[in-house]
Design a protein around this ligand. Structure first.
Ligand code: DP6
Length: 321
C-alpha cells in the first residue's frame, strides 16, 4: 500500500462570509458561507508516512516550520492516524504558487491539500466530502476548497457541498494587493476575539443566513448584481462585528478604503464590479471576464495599490500522485 501522496488544492474566496464557530463543536461554522474556488492560487502538498520518523516534520517552500503551524498540521495528521491501521509520523512538504507572506489566504488551499494528501497516503476515505470534513476541522474555510467553482459550507455542517462547477458561470476576480507583509491577527484568533467581545457578533449571526440565501439564489440565477450586493453586505457586516470588538480589529488600511470607493464609483458609472475583503487589507473585486481589463486598470490607478492578480473559478482538490 502506498504511504505517500501529493495533492493540489486552490484557495477560495468567500462571497458570503464564515466568521464565528459553533461553541464546543470541533470547528463547525456558526454561519453559512458561500465561496468561489480560484484557479492559480494553489498549494501542492506531499505527505509521506514513515515508520522511521520519531516526529512529524513540516517544510513550507524551503523552510522547516515549528510552533503553531506544525501543531495545526499535527492535529490533522492525528485525525488521519486515528483511522489508519498502521499509524506513523509523517514528512509534510508544501509549496504555494503565490507569495505566502503577502497575507493572501493560504490556510484554505493548504489544509485542503494536506487533508487530501494525508488521507490518500494513509489509505483512508479520500472522496471530496471526506476530505472536506477533515479539512474543516482544521480550518473551516478549507472545507470549501475540496470542490471546484462555487461551494457552500452550511452552519454546523460537517463538510462543504458543491453548488456550481467551475465552468458554469464565467467570472473574473481581481485580487488587489494593498499592503506588503503578513496580516497582524490571524482569522482564527480574530474570530474568537470577535465572538468573545463584540456586542455586534450576535446580530451578525442572526443576519448572516439571510445574506447567504440572497447569495445562494443569485448564484443559481447567475445574477451578478444581486450576488455583488449580498457579498458587499456580508463583507461589511463581518467587518462591523470586528470593529465593535474590544479592543477593535481593523483589517482595512487607507488603500483598502480607496479601492472600495473606486469600485463604488465604477458601479455608479454602470460597471459591474463588487468588492470583498477577508481578515486582511487586500480587496478582491468581482466582475465579468469582459470588464476585467478595464476594472483592473482602474484598480492599478488607485494610490498605494501594489499589484492586481486576475483569477477565475478553479478546480476542486486533486491528487497529483
Ligand atoms: C474571513 O477558515 O481561516 O476568510 O476555521 O479558524 O481556520 P478557522 O478560520 P478560517 O477563517 C476564514 C475567515 C474569512 C471568511 C471566509 O473565508 O469565509
Amino acid at each position: 500500500m502506498p504511504n505517500s501522496a501529493i495533492a493540489r488544492a486552490c484557495a477560495n474566496i468567500a462571497f458570503i462570509k464564515y466568521w464565528g464557530k459553533q461553541p464546543a463543536s470541533d470547528n463547525r461554522a456558526a454561519v453559512p458561507s458561500l465561496s468561489l474556488t480560484l484557479a492559480g492560487l494553489s498549494t501542492e502538498t506531499e505527505v509521506e508516512f514513515d515508520s522511521n520518523l520519531s516526529a512529524d516534520q513540516l517544510v513550507l517552500g524551503r523552510t522547516a516550520l515549528e510552533g503553531r503551524p506544525l501543531e495545526r498540521v499535527k492535529a490533522l495528521l492525528d485525525r488521519v492516524r486515528a483511522q489508519s491501521p498502521n499509524p506513523a509520523f509523517a514528512r509534510v512538504q508544501s509549496r504555494n504558487d503565490f507569495p505566502t507572506g503577502a497575507g493572501l489566504a493560504s490556510s484554505a488551499s493548504g489544509f485542503c491539500a494536506l487533508a487530501l494528501a494525508a488521507s490518500s497516503a494513509a489509505g483512508i476515505a479520500s472522496d471530496a466530502a471526506s476530505v472536506s470534513a477533515l479539512a474543516r476541522k482544521s480550518s473551516a474555510s478549507a472545507a470549501r476548497s475540496a470542490f471546484g467553482g462555487f461551494s457552500v459550507l452550511r452552519a454546523g455542517a460537517d463538510a462543504a457541498e458543491p453548488l456550481l462547477d467551475e465552468n458554469a458561470w464565467p467570472l473574473a476576480l481581481l485580487v488587489t494587493l494593498t499592503a506588503k507583509g503578513p496580516k497582524a491577527v490571524g482569522s482564527t484568533e480574530g474570530m474568537l476575539h470577535t465572538e468573545r467581545t463584540s456586542p455586534y457578533y450576535a446580530t451578525w449571526v442572526t443576519h448572516a443566513p439571510k445574506l447567504f440565501e440572497q447569495g445562494y439564489k443569485a448564484v443559481l440565477e447567475r445574477d451578478l448584481e444581486r450576488l455583488g450586493a449580498a457579498m458587499e453586505q456580508s463583507t461589511l457586516m463581518m467587518h462591523a462585528s470586528m470593529l465593535a470588538a474590544a479592543p477593535h480589529l481593523l483589517y482595512m488600511n487607507p488603500v483598502s478604503v480607496r479601492v472600495i470607493e473606486t469600485v463604488t464609483a465604477l458601479r455608479k458609472q454602470g460597471t459591474h464590479a463588487y468588492f470583498t475583503l477577508d481578515a486582511g487589507p487586500h480587496v478582491k473585486v468581482l466582475t465579468t471576464p469582459e470588464l476585467a481589463a478595464s476594472v483592473r486598470a482602474a484598480l492599478l490607478d488607485v494610490e498605494g495599490v501594489q499589484s492586481v492578480i486576475e483569477t477565475k473559478a478553479g478546480p476542486g482538490a486533486t491528487l497529483v500522485r
